[in-house]
Design a binder for this molecule. Structure first.
Ligand code: SER
Length: 337
């Protein structure tokens, strides 16, 4: 008998670690994780961890022969800045690995005659506004608007959302009898900020970088101008969104891809909050116009009313709570050690 597991890819990454900590608290759950990197020591024992490459078909085949993947949280990805530096590699990781996993999930669903649930984090990078004027004009963007990404990462995420929908609705549509296939659900995240980890390779990274630098007494030079604005969310809410969407009754879902967000801040507003918490913070603005242009193409805010309606999504941390109860105390404690 194969072991029934929740499978998390990219588990050593920021969202992966936070999700694993939360899922591991649920009684009776077996978790299988994979990442190119090892799990940090404090996470050992929470899952069966495989250090390996999702693009290794043999490795995936071995895992499928040993484990029944009941739910897949497919988090592995190269983020937006890194993907601009290595676009073809990003396509391999972000798209080709996703395709392999969707196929595995579809075959598994057919074999056991019950859908495998496939949870996929997408991103505000799936949007692309052509210029600052348009961004100022369309403040809160809905899921189906401005889907013209200007980054490889954004193109990858948007396409994988579509692939997921395809696999869940039309895969093998010409077969005489349509077999059960996957239950695909996706959230489009805003920029994410964790008190415990720092991202690498993203373009919304200036917000967490500013905070973590200030907490360590290090100067920080911000790569976007003061007015640059995008939506953000803290990590506990990102994990909550994934778990709430996974648990939502399928008949309540009117779409497969949902915006989720918490607060929208300009880089200057983040700086002000950081300076209020860390009096000696040294933050300068030295825009890198190319990275800033990516941030400018992302919406200033996103409309998450569909998620609120369908599965009662609401962030637990608004901007006040995010900073005063989660970010500042935890970051202070982290670097005080
Ligand atoms: N945080 C991601 C990035 O900056 C966007 O989803 O690439």
């Amino acid at each position: 008998m194969r072991k029934k597991v929740i499978f998390i890819t990219g588990a050593s990454g920021e969202v992966g670690q936070a999700l694993l900590k939360e899922l591991a608290q649920e009684p009776g759950v077996q978790i299988l994780t994979i990442d190119l990197h090892p799990m940090p020591p404090e996470m050992h024992g929470l899952s069966t961890h495989v250090e390996g490459d999702l693009l290794n078909a043999r490795l995936l085949a071995r895992l499928v022969s040993e484990y029944e993947m009941d739910v897949i949280f497919h988090l592995a990805a190269l983020l937006s800045t890194r993907a601009e530096i290595q676009p073809e590699e990003a396509h391999q990781v972000n798209v080709e690995a996703t395709l392999q996993l969707l196929k595995i999930a579809a075959e598994e669903s057919q074999w056991r005659r019950r859908p495998v649930q496939f949870i996929f984090p997408s991103s505000i990078a799936a949007y692309g506004l052509p210029d600052r004027e348009t961004k100022n004009h369309f403040q809160r963007v809905r899921e189906f608007e401005w889907n013209q990404p200007r980054t490889m990462y954004g193109c990858n995420k948007l396409y994988c959302e579509m692939l997921g929908s395809y696999y869940s609705r039309y895969y093998r549509q010409l077969a005489a009898e349509q077999p059960p296939t996957i239950d695909f659900r996706s959230v489009r995240f805003p920029g994410l900020i964790s008190a415990f980890t720092v991202p690498s390779g993203g373009t919304s990274d200036y917000a967490p970088e500013m905070l973590h630098a200030a907490a360590q007494g290090k100067p920080y030079s911000c790569f976007v101008r003061e007015e640059a604005r995008i939506p953000f969310m803290v990590m506990p809410d990102a994990v909550r969104a994934l778990l709430m969407l996974a648990k939502a009754p399928r008949q309540h879902l009117t779409r497969q891809v949902y915006n989720v967000t918490s607060f929208s801040l300009s880089a200057a507003q983040i700086r002000d909050r950081v300076c209020a918490a860390f009096s000696g913070a040294q933050i300068r603005f030295e825009p890198d116009h190319k990275r800033e242009a990516i941030v400018d193409s992302w919406p200033a805010d996103i409309d998450d009313s569909a998620a609120r309606m369908d599965w009662e999504w609401a962030p637990a941390y608004d901007v006040e709570r995010a900073f005063s109860e989660y970010l500042i105390p935890n970051i202070k404690q982290r670097y005080a050690r």
